[in-house]
Design a binder for this molecule. Structure first.
Ligand SMILES: [Fe+2]
Length: 264
């Protein structure tokens, strides 16, 4: 076994508050955990919906190696051309063929060759191609280059997330969920060596309803009116996981939850 490699996966950056927290704390978080690579989901960065080239550039400069996204990636139209150009920002791989951007990449960092794949669920989500069949095909192609592969599965339903994890157990190093914004406590190594957690949590405001203003969510629940969510802007916490990988086999050795409260 070669030197153990450490990958951090950090959750959905939500609005200004989440962006500030990540930009100011990422260098420290990288150092504290001895990270060889950092994957960051950014699909709620621009006012809660989508990402811009400018914000993505700042997050990459702050120490994120690969940016993953999800269903809100299409909100800012101008980002589409950037998705084609920037190798290390991903949109879910299982959108129909021909849409802008790409769903996987291979990163070389500190002696680690890491495949990163972004998939999206289909339960209470936009209807995309099958994340199971397409996911396995993408994994097969990535394994021609490396056995160290992590998947951001951007999905709503726990059952779908656990099913995909069991389906690909042993073929990838880790599968972590994003999108629901609340960190779950079910992190574990699956029987064939894949690390798994249903949701890594968000990097966003603490006093909020999944990152958004509580008043609006309460009113929406009380009235059933289609009120539009707006991001909260109070102090944030950065959530995620640290995954240790044996680079020779690609098997996960550990998965540990991370929570760092921002000071601003
Ligand atoms: Fe999402």
């Amino acid at each position: 076994m070669g030197a153990v490699k450490t990958v951090l996966a950090l959750g959905d950056v939500i609005g200004q508050s989440g962006f500030r927290a990540v930009v100011t704390s990422l260098t420290g978080i990288r150092k504290k955990h001895g990270a060889d690579a950092v994957i960051l989901n950014v699909e709620n960065t621009a006012d809660g919906f989508g990402i811009t080239e400018e914000l993505a550039g700042k997050l990459l400069a702050a120490g994120a190696d690969v940016l993953t996204t999800g269903n809100h990636i299409w909100r800012k139209k101008e980002v589409r051309e950037y998705l084609d150009r920037q190798e290390f920002i991903l949109r879910p791989a299982n959108y129909p063929g021909g849409v802008p951007g790409h769903g996987s990449c291979v990163l070389e960092r500190r002696g680690l060759t890491l495949g990163v794949l972004n998939l999206q669920g289909r339960r209470r989500m936009p209807q995309t191609d099958c994340p199971f069949k397409l996911g396995r095909e993408f994994v097969r192609r990535l394994r021609e280059r490396t056995h160290c592969i992590v998947i951001d599965f951007h999905a709503e339903a726990t059952e779908e997330k656990e099913a995909l994890a069991m389906y690909l157990d042993g073929e990838v190093s880790a599968i972590f969920g994003t999108h629901t914004h609340i960190q779950t406590a079910d992190e574990r190594i699956l029987p064939k060596g894949t690390a798994y957690i249903t949701d890594i949590g968000a990097s966003g405001p603490i006093d909020s309803v999944i990152g958004f203003q509580p008043d609006i969510s309460i009113q929406r629940s009380l009235t059933q009116l289609p009120l539009r969510n707006e991001v909260s802007d109070n102090r944030a916490a950065v959530h995620g996981v640290r995954i240790e990988i044996d680079p020779a086999s690609g098997r996960a050795l550990s998965i540990v939850r991370i929570r760092e409260e921002s000071l601003i």
